[in-house]
Write a protein that binds this ligand. Sequence first.
Ligand code: NAP
Length: 339
Amino acid sequence: MGKEYHVAVVGATGAVGTRMIELLAETSLPIASVRLLASKRSAGQEIQFKGQPLIVEELVPESFEGIDLALFSAGGSISEKFAPEAVKRGAVVVDNTSHFRMAKDVPLVVPEVNPEALKNHQGIIANPNCSTIQMMVALEPIRQAFGLERIIVSTYQAVSGAGIRAINELKEQAEDFLEGKPVSEWSAEILPAGSDEKHYPITYEEWKMMNETKKIMGDNKLKVVATCVRIPVISGHSESVYIEVKQADASVSAIQELMAQAPGVILQDEPSEQLYPQALNSVNQKETFVGRIRQDVDVKNGFHLWIVSDNLLKGAAWNSVQIAETLHEMNLLRVPEND
Ligand code: NAP
């Protein structure tokens, strides 16, 4: 029998972590055991895995003894401190936070786009930002066919990208709205609201999209600019993407054909039948939905696309589990020093 892996989920009670546990229950990855880790607050909590109750444990460095694979999604500072502890004990880390993404020796991977980058891993692999991932899945086949000169993207991001507390806050705000409370009395501690300070993370999101796109596509000359906006939707990020391609022979029908065949992409582009990607329909789906593909009116090599995906799945938990499956398939699910 082949190797079966001992897997740890760090941030097991979170918006991303809970989806990871669901995906691990159905993965093709051979799993021997699953260890659920979170803060002291949630230690002792029971979570079902394949019909069995698992008890959440408090994260400590020793949590990684005997672990082969650790999926992290508990925030950047937790990854900074504990990912090296996991690697030291022989675990390969797939990290959902932004902490290691731009580090030179850390592959930043979307399995449909750059799986070969996994070959250089030193124990830690970074999962890109949710908004970046769905854009990469759709644009890489276009880049391969026609070359990419420029990307201008505007996002319409769901609140679940900011975690469980943000989801709860939107629900509370919806109740406040229905009760007719004035906006000044709505609870607003997590989501971007009025103050400059609360706009800052959004600006950072824009930098993430720009830098990560260049790293994943391996093209530092690519012109990328992003404007990121949070909207009152629970899950499903939408993106309006304008691209300029290098080759003159690109057309709407050629791009539609590419999207219809691209791995991980579903083409939904029949506006006359009101078929186009919608955030609501992307929820609980692993794929990225692409539609509303139009040629720019003035720029011959310019095209517009509407790209939608479930930020908690392809944008986070599914991309991480898919990285783990790909590592296994490529026989890379081990820390190089521990060979
Ligand atoms: P979340 O819903 O707020 O969950 C946070 C998780 O981290 C919880 O399980 C929490 O456990 C745990 N945690 C917090 N402090 C901890 C500590 N000191 N020690 C151990 N565990 C701790 O957040 P999320 O949305 O799942 O996101 C988690 C990370 O993934 C963030 O870095 C985020 O940027 C990244 N990410 C999120 C998305 C997304 O779409 N949501 C996408 C990509 C990446 P307790 O229950 O004990 O508090």
